[in-house]
Design a protein. Structure first.
Length: 328
């Protein structure tokens, strides 16, 4: 597959998100960002591994890469593995990988980036996560053809248990409780799974009837229940107490999103110091720091970071990279 074909597909991914009403404001805001430093040269003395350590995983020029946490702007190691999204934990990785020019796979990786499982998925890859133990893998894609979607696109979110092999092809099959009552609607969509420490429960976004909810799910029971409106792309903190998410301004995604943090004990929300619209599922570098992707005016990505408690300002972390994941 040529690099040009991959760029074309990434362009379609962006177009799909725009049709969903999900990124227009974000790109308008990031277009105003000043030009940024290009990525440092790649190092080649060591292979990329997913072994836990003081390194940050990311995608550089469409390939899986890693860099020392202590020197994120230094030389990074770039592998030959092409992915549109990547994430890893406890030596297990997930790569949303091109299979043919217009089909994709969810590929589960071992610590040496060897494929251990692969699942063909419909649509254009958008989100990916691995549970802290490395057992559970999740993904979200944009798909077309659902009759209820006027834009022509919706989402599919799946979960794979890497130990048992059990696969949930779509969270839309789960029983839904909305505001305390059983709920079913053809327009339900899910995206952005984040797992709890027990490898069974998870949080995600559910959209229906023009609203977006944070939901709490149970894989074994095949259930989800709504918790709070206007919470998208949740990311659970390492200590399990908070959720980073993108909050639509005035509950309207066309106005962009504010990267925010939800305290699960109080359900209070704190806006971070990042004021640019963030259309990403942020990653926790530790219990106090978030990392996320912003795009330059030419569409090229950079990874930025900001404190999770609302203090301080955002700063550039990895120029010319996206899909950050700490190698914990």
């Amino acid at each position: 597959m040529t690099a040009m074909s991959t760029r074309a597909k990434l362009g379609v991914l962006t177009a799909s998100a725009v049709l969903l009403g999900a990124v227009a404001a974000g790109y308008a805001a990031t277009a105003a960002q000043p030009a940024r430093t290009p990525p440092p040269p790649a190092g080649s003395d060591q292979p990329v591994t997913l072994t836990p350590g003081a390194r940050l995983l990311a995608i550089t020029d469409r390939h899986v890469s890693s860099v020392a946490t202590a020197d994120p702007t230094g030389p990074r190691t770039v592998s030959g593995l092409e992915c549109l999204r990547v994430y890893a934990a406890s030596g297990t990785g997930v790569c949303l990988k091109p299979e043919t020019p217009w089909s994709y796979q969810v590929v589960v990786l071992d610590a040496a980036l060897h494929q251990t499982r692969a699942v063909s998925v419909p649509g254009l890859p958008n989100r990916a996560r691995v549970s802290a133990s490395g057992r559970m893998v999740s993904w979200t894609t944009f798909v077309g053809g659902d009759s209820y979607v006027t834009s022509g696109f919706s989402t599919r979110t799946g979960i794979l248990d890497t130990v048992s092999g059990a696969t949930v092809t779509s969270l839309e099959d789960f029983a839904i409780t909305r505001d305390g009552r059983s709920y079913r609607n053809a327009d339900v969509n899910f995206w952005g799974v984040t797992f709890t420490a027990d490898d069974n429960r998870f949080y995600a976004t559910m959209s229906t009837a023009g609203k977006r909810y944070l939901v709490r799910g149970d894989v074994r029971a095949r259930t989800v229940e709504t918790m709070k409106e206007n919470v998208e792309c949740p990311s659970l903190s390492p200590d399990g107490t908070r959720i980073a998410f993108k909050q639509a301004i005035d509950a309207d995604p066309t106005k962009g999103w504010r990267l925010s943090v939800l305290d699960l004990a109080t359900m209070g929300v704190t806006a971070t110091g990042e004021t640019t619209s963030v259309d990403d599922q942020a990653a926790w570098l530790d219990n106090g720091t978030l990392a996320y992707t912003l795009r330059q005016s030419d569409g090229n990505p950079d990874v930025w970071t900001v404190p999770a408690d609302g203090s301080g300002a955002s700063r550039l972390l990895l120029p010319g990279a996206e899909s950050p994941s700490p190698l914990t």
